[in-house]
Design a binder for this molecule. Structure first.
Ligand code: DC
Length: 222
């Protein structure tokens, strides 16, 4: 069983996906965290993203895995947990840039499909319902206004001790949305058969309740 959750940054995908995974006992697959982990390596090694050969070498010699341990998500980059390093505005932008590259998307597709062999999953990202798991039994596209998403992202980063500015966050979100939806490969797009949930005015409980009701109707159908 695969539940695909796509949508722009800050729409509440992680909150919903984690909650569904917990409630249903499924594996939580944060595909954005995988792109972020790769971005860590790109930055550390100073790889030029315009150099296709270097990028291909790098991704094909990189292991990325997600593991849950006592409720916390480990993001393993070549065996080392980088979860604590990946939630900065700099890494958000770099993850968005690396995710547009062909070699990167091909490798992530393999890794993500392999992970889904471990059991039922709730996977969140940008292309889950359209490209990674087009056969997913349940697809949800989560939206919210850019202002609300920026407010949430700011609150999250501030809670994690980072200094951020709302206008700057709004600009960064808009830049990332544009890049993620206008790229040639696997752009952010709603799958035709996805349920759209707008979380702008809804709290996490209401969004989860709507999603669970939808999952129940879908599982009855299958
Ligand atoms: O979900 P996130 O904000 O952690 O994702 C970081 C970046 O990774 C996002 O800007 C685009 C990219 N991404 C992607 O291209 N495809 C996915 N399935 C998930 C993320």
């Amino acid at each position: 069983m695969i539940i695909a959750i796509d949508g722009p940054s800050g729409a509440g995908k992680s909150t919903l996906a984690k909650r569904l995974a917990k409630e249903l006992g499924y594996i939580y697959m944060d595909t954005g965290a995988m792109y972020r982990a790769l971005a860590v390596k790109v930055l550390r090694q100073g790889v030029d993203l315009a150099d296709d050969v270097k990028v291909a070498d790098l991704v094909n010699s990189t292991e990325i895995d997600l593991q849950e341990q006592m409720g916390a998500l480990k993001v393993l980059l070549d065996g080392i947990d980088v979860a604590a390093d990946i939630r900065t505005p700099e890494l958000s932008q770099m993850a968005s840039k690396v995710s547009a590259l062909k070699a990167v998307r091909a490798r992530m597709l393999d890794l993500q499909r392999d992970m889904a062999r471990r059991g039922s999953v709730v996977a969140e990202g940008r292309d889950i319902g359209t490209v990674v798991f087009p056969q997913a039994e349940v697809k949800i596209f989560l939206e919210a206004s850019a202002e609300e998403r920026a407010r949430r992202r700011c609150a999250e980063l501030r809670a994690a001790g980072q200094r951020v500015d709302l206008d700057e966050t709004l600009r960064e979100i808009a830049e990332r949305d544009k890049r993620d939806s206008e790229r040639d490969l696997a752009p952010l797009r709603k799958a035709e058969d996805a349920l759209v949930i707008d979380s702008s005015a809804a709290n996490a409980d209401a969004v989860a309740a709507q999603a669970l009701a939808y999952i129940r109707t879908k599982t009855r159908e299958n």
